[in-house]
Ligand binder design. Structure first.
Ligand code: DGY
Length: 397
């Protein structure tokens, strides 16, 4: 394996360290960030790519930084959700001969897909590999908020514990309460199952589409509990989001972010929730009006939130950090080793597939064959979100 470390200087005189694999490779693929694992690099190198990985000290790269990385000849780019992939970047990539861009994320609200279509550039994302990991973080935040884990930890470390007390950090029991899920797609459904199965919560969900599989699961689990002499769990598909907000004790948000879901949870809707409810967000920050949330947290000390995402990352709205009833973590929902390595692999294979002219995988919900480390992946791009718009062929495998 050939590896070079080069120090390049961009037009803005920023020192940029680029790690280069397979310098004589036929296709130039750029990754705007180092990504976990090495499989993704090996897969690209094995199929004739020169891989360039950018190591720039600052976390969020600007459009200008990325234009510099694209340069005059670039076949494809693997990028991050912190980058603004719009007209300017797709035009630059197209001029450099590029065919594909893949986000290393399932969400792609940072990508202007229309602009990509205009330049004939395929846009990849990474579904399937992060479903359970993300749902597990939503479950962790739910438990941490319900049982006040972070406050209690701070109390302990602060040397304040003087002995057991009947009132010390009393929280909420989840068993028998109602979990509300807004957006019951892959991640929302996985979370719902965890909370229903693990904690015997009843489910209420809102989604434009019926989640038959989820309903069947809860029904069957309810029957199982009943047969064992336990209280069965129940489910309900709500006819409005407001119904979920009013009825649930714990609510987790799993919609995609678009114009229709911006500030979905605002001042009025927060007011509909139970005073002691728990709200969890592992989707995208702007789904909640964060300033309104801060006010709500201040006025309702028994209301708690677990947030993985923020309206203007990396910042928090003023006052949020001072609220004891909020748990905040830095957008780490997909951060398990297996998932992050898998995301890197899917993103790399999305780009590789287009560069090599392979078809698009027929089912982005079933990407397991790409993640098997003991076999070569199929010759296909696992998930290209604009494949239809670009008229790309679908793999028949
Ligand atoms: C995504 O994939 O969209 C997450 O926000 C990061 O894993």
């Amino acid at each position: 394996e050939e590896l070079l470390r080069l120090s390049l200087f961009s037009t803005m005189a920023k020192p940029v360290s680029i790690e280069v694999y397979n310098p004589n490779g036929k296709y130039r693929v750029v990754s705007t960030k180092p990504m976990p694992g090495t499989r993704w690099i090996n897969l690209l190198v094995d199929q004739g790519c020169r891989v360039e990985i950018c190591h720039l000290k600052k976390t969020i790269l600007s459009v200008e930084d990325i234009i510099d990385l694209i340069g005059d000849k670039c076949d494809g780019v693997i990028g991050q959700l912190t980058e603004d992939w719009g007209e300017t970047l797709f035009s630059a990539l197209s001029k450099a001969g590029g065919k594909a861009f893949s986000n290393m994320a399932v969400g792609y609200n940072n990508v202007d897909v229309e602009a990509a279509n205009k330049y004939g550039i395929a846009v990849g994302n990474t579904p399937g590999v992060l479903t359970e990991t993300t749902a597990e973080l939503a479950a962790s935040l739910s438990l941490a908020a319900a049982r006040r884990i972070v406050e209690a930890d701070e109390f302990m470390r602060g040397g304040l514990y003087e002995g057991w007390l009947p009132h010390l950090f009393v929280g909420n029991l989840l068993k028998g309460q109602t979990v509300g899920v807004i957006g019951a797609g892959r991640i929302g459904s996985a979370y719902a199952r965890m909370m229903v199965e693990g904690f015997k919560m009843n489910l209420i969900y809102f989604d434009l589409y019926q989640s038959t599989r989820l309903e069947k699961f809860v029904t069957a689990y309810g029957q199982f509990l009943k047969a064992n002499g336990e209280q069965p769990v129940t489910w309900k598909r709500a006819s409005s989001m407001e119904e979920v907000l009013r009825e649930a004790d714990l609510i987790s948000l799993h919609p995609v972010l678009d114009k229709t879901t911006y500030h979905l949870v605002n001042k009025e809707r927060l007011a509909m929730m139970k005073k002691e409810a728990i709200l969890v967000n592992c989707s995208r920050g702007p789904v909640i009006d964060e300033a309104a949330l801060v006010e709500h947290l201040k006025e309702n000390p028994m209301f708690r939130v677990g947030l993985d995402v923020f309206e203007e990352e990396p910042f928090m709205k003023p006052g949020l950090a001072d609220t004891k009833n909020a748990i905040v973590v830095p957008h780490i929902a997909s951060a398990s080793k297996w998932t992050r390595e898998g995301m890197a692999t899917l993103a790399a294979l999305n780009v590789l597939g287009r560069v090599k002219g392979y078809p698009i995988w027929h089912d982005p919900n079933r990407v397991d064959p790409f993640l098997n480390e003991n076999a070569s992946p199929p010759n296909a791009s696992p998930s290209i979100v604009n494949s239809k718009a670009l008229g790309l062929p679908v793999s028949k495998l």
